[in-house]
Design a protein around this ligand. Structure first.
Ligand SMILES: [Zn+2]
Ligand SMILES: [Zn+2]
Length: 874
C-alpha cells in the first residue's frame, strides 16, 4: 500500500465525485463491452423533458435504473443504457413563451421561424443542464448514444410511422369536437385534461315553440353555448314531449329557428326530456347533428372569445358572455329555475384553463386495432408488469380506448407530413412532395400543425437504435429488457410504446415494465412550489453527496408505494457512508506490509474469517435475488446490515486483538488481514451499484492498479463459503462478551475490572468457543477464560444456550450472592404462579392452545434458569 495513495481523513463526497465522473468518462466505462451475441442487458432512459432541469422524481427513477444497469454490467452482461431528452412539445413551448413574455415578446410577433430558433437555443441549455445532473447523480449512461426526440433520425422514424398508419387508414383527418385549450390555443388529448369536481349551476331556460302555448324547457350548465344551438331533441315515444315532434322552436335572444327532432340519444329519465343540440360545442351533439344533417354554428372562438355568430355577445370572453346572457334571459323571464349542480369540469393539464369542447379539423389515430395485440402481449406475459397490480388498470383502459387526437396547434414539434393543394387534396409522404398526388398541381402547403409529443415518445425504444434502418444496434439491443417509469405516465407513454413496438417491430419494446411511486415529502404530501416542500436533487447532492441521495431514494422504494423523503434519512445515509469510509481507512491502516493473496487457498481461516465470508456470500445471494425481483429496497437493506452490523460492529471489533498482536500468531494475523481486504473488496463491489462514487474512490485507493470498479466483476455467490457453525459461534461469542460487560455495569464495576469466566465444559459449542477464547479474553478484559464447572460463589447464567459462570477475579462478592438470592426467590415465585395456572382445568379449557403451549415453554425456561443459578430443581 503506497503511502501516497491514502484515503482522506474525513469522508467528503464533493472531494472525489467529480473526479470519478471524469474517470468513468475517460475510460468509456459505460459503453457496451464484450462480443456481439454475448448475453446483453439493454434499457433506454425515460427521456426527461427539455423544459428545464430534472426533479427528485427523475433522481429516483434514474437511481433505480442505474442500480440495475451497474449490477448487470458487473455481472458481465453486454450492457447499454441509452440517454436522451424529449422535446416535450406543449410543455417546452409554454415555458419558452413564458420566458419571452417576461421580455414583453409574443411568439406571434416574432413569427414561427424566429420562435423555433429560440426554442432550440433553450433546448440546448436545458439539455446540457440535464446531462450534467444525470452525471452528478452517477448515472452510467452510454453518452456516445445520446438521442433527442426531434433529432434527424428520430424525425425520420416519426414520419415513416405517420405515413404507414395513414396508408393503412389508421390515421385519418376529420372534423370533430375536441378538447380545446383557449389559452394554449391548441387541441389536447383526453389524457391531457384534468377533470376537477366543481360546484356549478344548472340553468333551466324556456324556449318558445311555434304553435305551442307551453314551449320547451331546456337545462344547461353552459348557457353561453345555446347561442350555437341548431336544434332541440326529444326522445322517441315520450308521452310528455310527443306534442312537440316536428314543430319548430325559437332560439331566445337570437331568433334562430330550431327544428325539434327525435333521437335515441335523449334520455327519457333525465330532466324535461328535451335537450338542446349545440353541434360545435359538444361531442355528443355533434354526432346527433351528423345523423340529422344539422349545421354546426361555432359561437366560441379558439381564443375563448365569442365569435361574430354570437350576436350581441360577440367579442366577449366566454365567461363574461355567460353572465350577460343570463341577465338578458332573466329580463325576459326565461330562466325557469337554477339548481346547484356538482359536476366535473375539464382543465388544461399545462395551464389549468377551463377546456372548451371545440369543433375543429384534427388528425386522429384509430387506436382500437393497434390496442388488441398490446392487450394480448400483457395477457400472455410477453410484457410483465412489476408490481403486477397495474395490469388491471392497463387492461381496463386499453379495452375502452378512444381514438387519439394527435394534431396540436403548436409550433414546437414534429410537423405533420401532410400537404394540401389549392383544391384541398391531401398528400401524405415520407419526403416533402413537389406536386399534389391527386391532381399533380404544384404550390403545396404543409399542414401548419405539429404532432402530440407522445407520438414520437412512443417510438423511443426502437427509434433510438436507428429504426427504421436495420442497424447493428437495433439487432443487438432491441427489444430492451426493462422499462422503468412512473405509473403516472402508464397511458401517456408506456401503453403507447407497447402498441407501437408491436405494430412496427413485431415485438414488445421491453419484457418488463417496472412502475415506481412518486417522491413525496416526509409527511407524504405531494411536493409543490406552492407548498414550499420541494427537494431539489442538486441541493441535496451538494449537502449529503450523490451516494447518500441515491441510497436513500432506492432504500425507500417499496413496490406500489409512494416514497416519503425526509432529510433525516439523507443524513442517515451520509452517516452510513462515513462508516464505510472509516472502516476502509481501518482496513488500509492494518494492511500495510501484508502480502495480498487468496486466503482461501491457505486453508487456515479462523472462525472470524469464515463467519464474515459466510455473511458476505449470504448477502451476495440475497442481493442477486432481490434485484431480480426489483426489490431495490430489500437489497439495499441487506447490504446496509452487512456493512454496518456484521462487518463494522462485529467483525472489525473482534479481529482487533489479532491485528494488534494481543491474540493469535503472526500467521493468523496475516490471514486476518488478507480476509479483511477480500471482505472490503466484496462489500465495495456489492455496494457499487447503489453508491458508485464512494465505492469507486475507496476501490481505487485500496486496489492500486486494478480495473475501475464500475467494470469489475460483481461478487459471485459461492455456496462453499456458507458456514453457519462459524456464524453461530461468532454470534455466541459476541453475546457472551455483552454478558460479561453487563455483569460489570450491573455491579457498578469499571470496564477494566478483571473477571474470571468459566464456560460449562460440557457445552456442545466448546470447540468453537475454545478457538475464540483468546479474543474473548482480550476484548472482555478477562482475567481468565476456562472450560470448567462453576465455582461455588460464581454468578451463573445461560447465554445463547451456553451455561456460564463469572466472578470478579480474587474477590468474594457478597453483593453477588444477594443478587442471586433475590433473583432466585423471584423465579420461585413466578414458577409457582405459572405452575398453578397451568394446572387449573378452567384455564386450560378456555385459553387458546397456542397460549398454553407458550406458557409451558416459559415454565421450562424458568426452571432451567433456576437450576443454572444454583436453585433447587422443582
Ligand atoms: Zn392550456
Ligand atoms: Zn390537388
Amino acid at each position: 500500500m503506497p503511502s501516497s495513495n491514502v484515503l482522506a481523513k474525513t469522508f467528503e463526497p464533493s472531494a472525489f465525485e467529480l473526479r470519478q465522473i471524469q474517470r468513468w468518462d475517460d475510460a468509456g466505462a459505460f459503453q457496451p463491452r464484450g462480443p456481439r451475441g454475448a448475453p446483453r442487458f439493454s434499457i433506454v432512459i425515460a427521456p426527461p423533458n427539455v423544459t428545464g432541469k430534472i426533479h427528485i422524481g427523475h433522481a429516483l427513477e434514474n437511481a433505480l435504473v442505474d442500480v440495475l444497469v451497474r449490477w448487470k454490467r458487473m455481472k458481465g452482461f453486454r450492457t447499454v443504457w441509452v440517454p436522451g431528452t424529449d422535446h416535450a412539445g406543449i410543455a417546452t413551448q409554454m415555458v419558452v413563451e413564458r420566458a419571452l413574455a417576461k421580455d414583453g415578446i409574443d411568439r406571434r410577433t416574432i413569427g414561427r421561424e424566429e420562435f423555433l430558433r429560440r426554442v432550440w437555443a433553450w433546448k440546448e441549455d436545458s439539455k446540457q443542464a440535464i446531462i450534467t445532473q444525470l452525471k452528478r447523480l452517477g448515472c452510467s449512461l452510454d453518452w456516445s448514444r445520446e438521442r433527442f426526440t426531434l433529432d434527424e433520425g428520430l424525425s425520420r422514424a416519426v414520419r415513416k410511422v405517420f405515413v404507414d398508419l395513414y396508408r393503412e387508414n389508421l390515421i385519418y383527418r376529420g372534423t370533430y369536437v375536441v378538447n380545446w385549450c383557449p389559452r394554449c390555443e391548441t387541441a389536447v388529448s383526453d389524457l391531457e385534461v384534468n377533470h376537477v369536481e366543481t360546484a356549478g349551476k344548472l340553468y333551466f331556460i324556456k324556449y318558445d315553440v311555434e304553435g305551442d302555448q307551453v314551449g320547451a324547457i331546456v337545462a344547461t350548465t353552459r348557457p353561453e353555448t345555446m347561442l350555437g344551438d341548431t336544434a332541440l331533441a326529444i326522445a322517441r315515444e315520450d308521452a310528455r314531449t310527443r306534442r312537440l315532434s316536428g314543430r319548430t322552436a325559437v332560439l331566445p335572444l337570437i331568433g334562430r329557428r330550431l327544428p325539434i327532432i327525435e333521437d335515441d340519444f335523449v334520455d327519457k329519465e333525465f330532466g324535461s326530456g328535451i335537450v338542446k343540440i349545440t353541434p360545435a360545442h359538444d361531442p355528443n351533439d355533434y354526432e346527433v347533428a351528423r345523423r340529422h344533417g344539422l349545421p354546426a354554428v361555432t359561437v366560441i372562438g379558439n381564443d375563448g372569445k365569442m365569435t361574430s355568430e354570437a350576436g350581441p355577445f360577440s367579442g366577449m370572453d366566454r365567461f363574461e358572455a355567460r353572465a350577460r346572457l343570463l341577465e338578458r334571459l332573466a329580463a325576459e323571464n326565461r330562466i325557469v329555475d337554477v339548481q346547484e349542480h356538482q359536476h366535473a369540469v375539464g382543465h388544461c393539464q399545462r395551464c389549468d384553463t377551463v377546456i372548451e369542447p371545440y369543433l375543429s379539423s384534427q388528425w386522429f389515430v384509430r387506436v382500437e386495432p393497434i390496442a388488441g395485440p398490446a392487450v394480448a402481449a400483457v395477457e400472455k406475459a410477453r410484457v410483465r408488469f412489476v408490481p403486477q397490480m397495474w395490469e388491471k388498470t392497463y387492461f381496463e383502459w386499453m379495452r375502452n380506448i378512444h381514438d387519439w387526437c394527435i394534431s396540436r396547434q403548436l409550433w414546437w414539434g414534429h410537423r405533420i407530413p401532410a400537404f394540401y393543394c389549392d383544391d384541398g387534396h391531401v398528400t401524405v409522404a415520407e419526403r416533402d412532395p413537389d406536386v399534389c398526388a391527386t391532381c399533380g398541381s404544384g404550390g403545396l402547403r404543409q399542414d401548419p400543425d405539429v404532432l402530440d409529443t407522445w407520438f414520437s415518445s412512443q417510438l423511443w425504444p426502437f427509434s433510438v437504435f436507428g429504426w427504421p434502418d436495420r442497424t447493428e444496434d437495433l439487432e443487438d439491443f432491441y427489444p430492451t429488457d426493462v422499462l422503468v417509469s412512473g405509473f403516472d405516465i402508464l397511458f401517456f407513454w408506456d401503453a403507447r410504446m407497447i402498441m407501437a413496438g408491436l405494430k412496427f417491430t413485431g415485438a414488445p419494446p421491453f419484457s418488463i415494465l417496472h412502475l415506481h411511486g412518486l417522491v413525496r415529502d416526509e409527511k407524504g404530501e405531494k411536493m409543490s412550489k406552492t407548498r414550499g416542500n420541494v427537494i431539489d436533487p442538486l441541493d441535496v447532492i451538494e449537502e449529503f453527496g450523490a451516494d447518500a441521495v441515491r441510497f436513500t431514494l432506492v432504500s425507500l422504494a417499496s413496490p406500489g408505494r409512494d416514497i416519503p423523503l425526509a432529510r433525516g434519512r439523507l443524513a442517515g445515509s451520509k452517516a452510513f457512508f462515513t462508516k464505510l469510509w472509516n472502516a476502509a481507512r481501518f482496513v488500509v491502516s492494518h494492511s500495510e506490509g501484508s502480502d495480498p493473496g487468496d486466503p482461501a487457498s491457505r486453508g487456515d481461516l479462523s472462525l472470524l474469517d469464515r463467519a464474515i465470508l459466510s455473511r458476505i456470500h449470504r448477502t451476495i445471494e440475497l442481493v442477486d435475488r432481490q434485484l431480480e425481483e426489483f426489490r431495490f429496497d430489500l437489497a439495499a437493506a441487506a447490504i446496509y446490515e452487512l456493512l454496518w452490523k456484521d462487518f463494522c460492529d462485529r467483525h472489525l471489533e473482534m479481529v482487533k486483538p489479532i491485528l494488534t498482536g494481543r491474540a493469535g500468531t503472526d500467521r493468523q494475523r496475516a490471514v486476518t488481514r488478507a480476509v479483511l481486504r477480500e471482505a472490503l473488496g466484496k462489500i465495495l463491489a456489492l455496494l457499487h451499484p447503489f453508491a458508485p462514487f464512494v465505492t469507486e474512490e475507496i476501490w481505487q485507493t485500496v486496489a492500486e492498479g486494478a480495473d475501475l470498479l464500475a467494470v469489475s466483476r460483481f461478487p459471485r455467490f459461492d455456496p462453499g463459503r456458507i458456514d453457519n457453525p462459524a456464524v453461530d459461534a461468532v454470534d455466541h461469542a459476541a453475546e457472551i462478551l455483552t454478558r460479561v460487560r453487563n455483569f460489570r455495569t450491573e455491579r457498578s464495576a469499571g470496564p477494566t475490572e478483571p473477571v474470571e469466566l468459566r464456560i460449562d465444559p460440557a457445552t456442545p459449542a466448546r470447540g468453537c468457543l475454545e478457538e475464540l477464547a483468546p479474543i474473548l479474553a482480550s476484548l472482555g478484559r478477562l482475567a481468565s477464560v476456562g472450560f470448567e464447572v462453576a465455582h461455588r460463589d460464581d454468578f451463573r447464567d445461560i447465554v445463547a444456550g451456553v451455561p456460564l459462570a463469572m466472578k470478579f477475579a480474587g474477590k468474594e462478592s457478597s453483593a453477588d450472592k444477594v443478587r442471586v438470592h433475590r433473583e432466585l426467590s423471584r423465579l420461585d415465585e413466578d414458577i409457582r404462579a405459572l405452575g398453578a395456572r397451568l394446572s387449573d382445568p378452567q384455564y386450560l379449557e378456555k385459553a387458546p392452545a397456542r397460549v398454553v403451549e407458550k406458557s409451558r415453554q416459559r415454565l421450562v425456561e424458568m426452571e432451567k434458569r433456576r437450576a443454572a443459578l444454583g436453585g433447587d430443581s422443582a
